[in-house]
Design a protein around this ligand. Structure first.
Ligand code: PEP
Length: 253
């Protein structure tokens, strides 16, 4: 049993007052959900606040990105050891906003994945195609290429302590969700691709879906055989919505 994971990606949102309210509501409602783990990936400056509020609750903490480098002269970069120091379990790498806005190439994403892994963090590796790539029917080659870069750098065994998030770029923050069948098809493609290299790693690999997940569509998405939860952007900022998505995961766990 892989269990389900529901991870919130707050992106560049929040302030001390709003965060406290949101975190306290999440902590009160989503602790000890059978078969489901909840996590929040908060902006770096708020990691200490989130760590303190979540305390020893079952809600995990993550960073939204991580440096591919270690300690040193890398102005503005936050290392995986720093994330670990603030109680992070997860680090998102390769989010499409990092790839498209900040220019993170496949090789950089692979280096970030490796840096996170080496520090004992669980990387959440985001993969996904643009609308144009879907329309030209190259979704599998794009997602396959993004995954191959990580497997080439870290080996397939590295996926035994990692999470993959399939996030079609055209569904992120747009209100357009991939249909459960569309998402399932890509999730199955990812799992089969890994299975050709290592069947055991593939069967244990959590593959999340991300892209306009809401309480209203989560049950159906999470009911697909290869969808092991969600990476949630906008809806993770609304306590009731995030909590309802976690409950949808419980219903499908
Ligand atoms: C995301 O940013 O990872 C995401 C899935 O965003 P949204 O849920 O808002 O589409």
């Amino acid at each position: 049993m892989r269990g389900k994971l529901v991870a919130g990606n707050w992106k560049s949102n929040g302030d001390l007052v709003a965060n406290r309210r949101l975190l306290e509501q999440i902590k009160a409602s989503v602790s000890s959900m059978p078969g489901v783990e909840a996590a929040v990936c908060v902006p770096y400056p708020y990691l200490a606040q989130a760590q303190q509020i979540l305390g020893d609750s079952s809600v995990a903490l993550g960073g939204q990105d991580v440096s591919q480098f270690g300690l040193g002269a890398y102005t503005g970069a936050v290392t995986s050891t720093m994330l670990a120091d603030f109680g992070c379990k997860y680090a998102i790498v390769g989010h499409s906003e990092r790839r498209s806005i900040f220019g993170d190439l496949d090789e950089v994403v692979a280096a970030k994945f490796e840096a996170a892994r080496k520090a004992g963090l669980v990387p959440i590796l985001c993969l996904g195609e643009s609308l144009q790539e879907r329309e030209t029917e190259i979704t599998e080659s794009v997602v396959g290429r993004q995954l191959d870069a990580v497997i080439a750098a870290s080996g397939v065994a590295s996926l035994s302590r990692a999470v993959v998030a399939y996030e079609p770029v055209w569904a992120i923050g747009t209100g357009k969700t991939a249909s459960p069948a569309q998402a399932q098809a890509v999730h199955a493609f990812i799992r089969n691709k890994v299975a050709r290299l290592d069947a055991e790693v593939a069967s244990g690999l959590k593959i999340l879906y991300g892209g306009s997940v809401k309480a209203g569509n989560a049950v159906e998405l999470f009911g697909q055989p290869d969808i092991d939860g969600g990476l949630i952007g906008g809806a993770s900022l609304v306590a009731d919505e995030f909590i309802a998505i976690c409950r949808a995961a419980v219903a499908r766990a």
